[in-house]
Design a binder for this molecule. Structure first.
Ligand SMILES: Cc1ncc(COP(=O)(O)O)c(C=O)c1O
Length: 385
């Protein structure tokens, strides 16, 4: 059997690799603490499940869903954008349901990147922007996210010849893996740059609501002119603890949306309408569970950040995401540090280089593990540092 050449261009998916390692250790009877994958440990809130319980009995929902999402779901997303960001969207043609935002990243790339086209990809980054570009036959051009630039790309450093040829740029704020946030001024610079070079911008805002200490992340779409060239991808996975449900959305420029829709109608047939119904409840129903999630993660963040500082790590409390991005101690690479932690403490963190070459020298901790397990991880790490 000979698989397609494109499979040889991409490294194995990091979460799958980590899951395999954890399974191996557990098989040997090791009590592993995983601070790896960003999948909230808390269950989906009751009000969302209750809506699903009823919706699942609706025969109309057992048929093929609307490709672009139910109008009720699209209106709920538009209402959320207006309430949260003061951005007005037409639910008819500026909002589309996704089977999780990961799907949107891949299909958007297919919609804009042809063989040999450049896509501007942050590094370190959620790996899917790059792999989707490679799948589409495109060329990923790295935008380094450096600590000295607060993990924001520096558009002045992008080769102008490449910028002219680039079709698509991915941003992700609040950022996975660095937990950096972007202000509106940065988004204004991004829009100006993209307009200059006629590049479609996509801000992956999967963590828009995972924020702390009263910080509210802005939307790329709130920038003047963004409606001409930008879209934002959103996800219900993290804020509403719905990673297994697979529901997200794309919002923004209607021509971009149309192109994405053309790919999607040929690839998938939409998301189960009952799930969209539950997602409407998530977006428009009581938001107490989101407040609870933020306070749980704030406490975990504070616990981990202060422990890391005591151990001598150079970290500060992030304003967004449930990740801590920390430099490895002297003498270690990202990989040797992560391996040492697994071997000596059975604590799993993700080596920064898994997110790209500029992630080298860092490791990522995810706080999506119960408090007692985080305490256990800290206890074990303190025996080493
Ligand atoms: C930056 C980023 N974007 C997108 C996703 C995918 O989210 P979804 O569950 O909506 O597909 C993740 C998941 O970890 C992520 O970290």
């Amino acid at each position: 059997m000979k698989v397609a050449e494109r499979l040889n261009k991409i490294p194995p998916y990091i979460s799958a690799q980590i899951d395999k390692k954890i399974a191996e250790l557990r098989k040997k009877g090791v009590d592993v603490v995983t601070l790896g994958v960003g999948d909230p440990d808390l269950p989906t809130p009751d009000n969302i499940i209750e809506v699903m319980e009823k919706a699942i009995w609706e025969p109309a929902y057992h048929r093929y869903p609307d490709y672009e999402g139910s109008i009720e779901f699209r209106k709920a997303v538009a209402e959320y954008y207006e309430r949260r960001f003061d951005v007005k969207l037409n639910p008819e043609n500026e909002v589309m349901a996704l089977i999780g935002s990961k799907e949107g990243i891949v299909n958007l790339t297919y919609a804009f990147v042809d063989h040999g086209d450049y896509a501007l990809i942050p590094d370190p980054a959620y790996p899917v922007y790059k792999t989707a570009t490679l799948f589409a036959g495109g060329i990923p051009y790295t935008m380094p996210l450096l600590k000295e630039n607060n993990f924001l790309p520096d558009f002045t450093k992008i080769d102008t010849d490449i910028a002219r040829k680039a079709k698509l740029m991915f941003l992700c704020y609040p950022n996975n893996p660095t937990s950096a946030v972007a202000d509106k001024k940065f988004f204004e610079e991004a829009v100006e740059f993209a307009k200059t070079y006629d590049i479609v911008i996509c801000n992956d805002s999967a963590y828009a609501e995972i924020t702390y200490d009263g910080y509210e992340s802005p939307s790329l779409l709130s920038v003047k002119g963004a409606e001409d060239i930008a879209i934002e991808l959103g996800s219900l996975s993290k804020p509403y603890r719905m990673t297994g449900w697979r529901i997200g959305y794309a919002v923004g420029n209607r021509d971009i949306m149309k192109a994405l829709g053309r790919i999607k109608t040929n690839v998938d047939s939409g998301q189960f309408t009952a799930i969209q119904k539950a997602a409407v409840e998530a977006l428009t129903g009581p938001q107490d569970s989101l407040k609870e999630l933020r306070s749980i993660f704030t406490a975990r963040r504070d616990m981990m950040v202060s422990a890391l500082k005591e151990m001598g790590f150079d970290v500060s409390a992030p304003k967004g995401t449930f990740y801590i991005w920390a430099p490895v101690p002297e003498g270690y690479s990202s990989m040797s540090f992560s391996e040492m932690l697994v071997e000596k403490a059975a604590v799993v963190v993700i080596p920064g280089n898994a997110y790209g070459e500029y992630g080298e020298g860092f490791f990522r901790i995810s706080l999506t593990t119960p408090d007692d397990r985080i305490k256990e991880a800290i206890k074990r790490m303190k025996e080493i540092f």
